[in-house]
Write a protein that binds this ligand. Structure first.
Ligand code: SAJ
Length: 436
């Protein structure tokens, strides 16, 4: 192996290797661009014809990707988007960045990974490196991917090398682009791990090799389980503090003065996105296979799932204090994406709140500068203009997503009442504002 590793590393240094990235989404596209920026040829395999159409026109479809960087990557002709997996026969390394959603709300769905790996196995170049980046449960790489690759007679350590390296993209975080986020990589064996480390060192400042694919897989799930448990904790404490008539936001700010041993999390209307609500459930599912029921994950998941209903309950009591029946009220939601300053609606709690209000027969409108329309099978709304006149039409305005670009003074001056789930009006002791 040493000679192969030396040759592989030499080819990396000489930029002689070619890379395949399977899945050009919010993970694969930025990664592909980083490799191209370092002078490598990248075959971007994408099955979505819409995305390929965008790339053909040199247009961007991922808000986190810089338009100019994408255009220049494509104009070098080193980023080669394509639909046919056959092109991977030319790739020395193949990185899989396909979705790992849930099915029936709580079960891992690794069908996208399996489909991609099946096609990769038919087009694998000898002694190439395969790396899975899609977030998944511990054991996926060794128990599912490895057999899929070997079933056609290929042998790990001879015909290919296999690693897992969790994607750590933080949507909307300009401070930490791909190149600045330390990369974890674990191989089926040490040699595979060393190859993975050598590959990522081309584009990432710090690469940390762990002893196995399982450690690499669980590391990512640990990171996001840490988040869901702490978000669930602060949501529960927010409900508790409200009962006790204590300002939880002030308490979090005060606790944050502690220079060690504390990390602030903030209450919210629920937890959205493609990672936090889902990743811990992958770990929960796998642990149950070992007869281990994670109470923390279950409890945190239950609490955050309850938050949209909690928001509606609080809204009902706010209106009741104003002698307004929720059923007869007009509600405006400000911000509908799952977190501030990005366009992503995936599992956004604002959508759950809209659904609950609509089921109660309540007229709901929304304003979100990043989302002009909400078009779903059972929901068809247009973002209203944020004007004095419009604000005055509603019995209550709910701040669900705190985009930086919003005019919160205009809202404060013209709304009849405000339910602030994001602590925007922290310093304004204003009778019309109630906070989560
Ligand atoms: N949220 C709270 N309170 C908090 C933090 C978040 O209610 O204190 C809510 C947000 O409003 C949002 C949801 O949780 O609805 C998720 O927010 P997030 O900040 O965790 O952002 P995500 O979902 O984009 O998570 C990504 C993750 N990145 C990867 O999985 C690679 C996560 O690991 C990052 O830590 C996170 O970004 C980040 O730090 O922003």
């Amino acid at each position: 192996m040493q000679s192969y590793l030396a040759e592989f590393k030499n080819n990396i240094i000489k930029r002689r290797i070619k890379i395949g990235v399977v899945g050009l989404g919010y993970v694969g596209l930025p990664l592909a661009i980083e490799f191209v920026k370092k002078g490598l040829i990248v075959f971007g395999v994408e099955i979505d014809k819409g995305r390929l159409g965008y790339l053909k026109r040199r247009e961007n479809y991922i808000s986190d990707v810089n338009n100019q960087e994408l255009k220049s990557a494509l104009s070098t002709h080193r980023l080669i988007p394509c639909r046919n997996f056959k092109i991977l026969k030319q790739a020395d390394a193949v990185i899989v960045c396909v979705p790992t959603p849930l099915k029936r709300k709580h079960y891992p769905d690794i069908s996208f990974i399996k489909e991609a790996v099946e096609l990769i196995s038919r087009n694998l170049k000898k002694e190439s490196l395969v790396i899975l980046e899609s977030t998944t449960y511990p054991g996926t790489t060794e128990e599912v991917i490895l057999p899929l690759l070997e079933k056609r007679g290929l042998k790990h350590g001879k015909d290919f090398y296999l690693c897992f390296s969790p994607e750590r993209i933080d949507p909307g975080n300009v401070k930490y682009p791909v190149s600045k986020i330390p990369k974890i990589v674990g191989g089926i064996n040490k040699d595979a791990g060393l190859l993975g480390k050598a590959l990522y060192e081309i584009v990432v400042g710090k690469v940390v090799m762990v002893s196995s694919t399982r450690v690499a897989e669980i590391t990512k799930l640990l990171e996001n389980t840490f988040r869901i448990v702490n978000i669930g904790l602060i949501d529960e404490l927010a409900m508790m503090a409200h009962k006790m008539n204590i300002d939880i936001w002030e308490a979090v700010a005060a606790a944050s003065t502690k220079p060690f041993g504390f990390m602030p999390f903030y209450p919210g209307p629920g937890v959205g996105g493609h990672c936090i609500p889902k990743d811990p459930l992958y770990l929960y599912w796998k642990a149950k296979k070992f007869g281990f029921k994670s109470r923390f994950i279950k409890l945190a998941s239950d609490i955050i799932s309850f938050m949209p209903e909690y928001v509606v309950n609080r809204l009902e009591s706010l209106l009741k204090d104003k002698r307004i029946r929720l059923k007869k009220s007009r509600i405006l939601l400000i911000g509908v994406t799952y977190k501030k300053d990005i366009k992503d609606l995936r599992k956004s709690p604002a959508l759950d709140i809209i659904e609950i209000l609509k089921k109660k027969g309540i007229k709901v409108s929304y304003h979100d500068p990043l989302v002009p329309f909400l078009k779903f099978p059972n929901l068809n709304l247009k973002s209203i203009l944020l004007t004095k006149e419009n604000l005055k039409k509603f019995d209550c305005v709910v701040i669900t997503t705190d985009h930086s670009c919003l005019d919160y003074n205009l809202i404060l001056d013209n709304a009849r009442s405000i339910f602030d789930t994001r602590n925007i009006y922290i310093c304004k002791k204003n009778r019309k504002v109630v906070r989560l």
